[in-house]
Write a protein that binds this ligand. Sequence first.
Ligand code: UDX
Ligand code: UDX
Length: 482
Amino acid sequence: MKQNDLKNINICCIGAGYVGGPTMAVLAKHCPNIQVTVTDHNLERINDWNSIDLSKLPIYEPGLDEIVNKYRGKNLHFSSEVEKNISIADMIFISVNTPTKTKGVGAGKASDIKWVEACARQVANNAKDHTIIVEKSTLPVRTAEVIKNILESATSIKSQKNPSISFDVLSNPEFLSEGSAIKDLENPDRVLIGGENNQAIKALSEIYENWVPVKKILYTNIWSSELAKLTANAFLAQRISSINSIGALCEATGADVREVSRAIGTDSRIGAKFLDAGPGFGGSCFKKDILNLVYLASYFGLHEVANFWESVVKLNYWHQNRISRLIVKKLFGTLSDKKIAVLGFAFKANTNDTRESAAIQICKELLEEGAILSIYDPKVSRKQIKRDLNFINDPYEIKTESNNLNKYFIADNIQETFQDADAILILTEWSEFSNINWESAYKMMRKPAWVFDSRSIVNPQKVLDANLKLWRIGDGSKISNI
Ligand code: UDX
Ligand code: UDX
């Protein structure tokens, strides 16, 4: 440690993204004596974090702007001077992205840890004393070993000049959920710290103890911590695929997935959370982490294990494709030049994040069928929607063949999307979509006018009373099967 007092240390976080930004903001809030600097090699992103206009912060999370406003410039800083901040840090959090590899060994499944490796090298070259490295990014199991190897090689060279240089590596995965990140960080279910060196573990634990009850801090070995993170996300994603598969069965049999969820959720062994059928899971973590697990299992020859987890991802794609196919079917088998109002593009409400959003594949498939889309999302930028719809397909995506992918408009408000639309498709559960005036929507639309609610947020009776036809996810009752 460069400072003897554990309470007055310097923290540097590498990666000012969805994880690094909110995590460090909450840490700074609860640890006034710690100087926290969030660094990123992307200068534009750092400038946005430093923007006086808080609506320009690069990440939208309820409550985040308030914390940034209060602590920025005091003990919370945003900087693109990564190396300088590494050199004065006692503790370094690595929060860079670890996307799925697109080529080479493990392409399509394994996580690409090139950024993590680059960070380890930056730390090795610039750290000046004893430094604790904390893995925050979700990483393949045994990444800590890679980091340690890089740091140890550097230590042996540097220690001739500076004998006090040394490193400890800890795993401290994030479990925050976007849209409720601040709440999750303020009041986590648990904080997981994996490591070998007790002093390093104690140093990190004491930081969290400023606001997290000790009984919620769990200690494991480093590999269990890395694997626990992948497993938590795999279990959560598996629940979504499970309930979505049952939703399809409900539609076929006359059952209602909401009733089934409620009935099974009261079993305390199953629990009521994470049982909402929807358009399929999105977000930067679920697919990537499961594929990581699939790769790991295959690597160790556990092919049945790999197939089991891979089926969760396959079902998710099948489910998204099922939604676009049923829209085609309900609209008389063709979408050619029909207008569809798409409400919501983010992968869930209360975030501007579109990574792996179900909206991307569903919109591409509707465009492929010849539809004209009018897309509205209250938080996702125009630029982002365009980028996503023009992105090259990944190997799991249902392939599209033609070039009919450009007939879409991005609307500034909900009303604009309704004009002459044949259908309204709700893909994100933004609360404003549950308060639509269906009678006035109906008047603006072409008849027969449809509502496809993939999030179960409309009041079915109000939609039907306004003479609209309705399909709701997992609803096999008569009202949705007109
Ligand atoms: C997440 C999490 O860290 C990880 O757990 C999850 O599995 C997926 O990625 P997130 O914060 O959501 O990261 O990613 P992102 O918003 O892309 O932020 C990463 C930031 O790291 C970017 O701003 C990028 O510019 C920065 N970065 C990347 C660096 O500063 N240096 C690098 O070498 C690489
Ligand atoms: C997830 C994990 O929850 C978090 O612990 C981890 O650190 C990162 O990955 P996040 O991706 O932000 O968080 O969102 P989450 O709330 O888990 O939702 C993931 C996807 O599942 C979303 O597309 C969401 O709409 C969908 N979902 C979630 C459902 O379809 N139904 C549900 O009941 C819950």
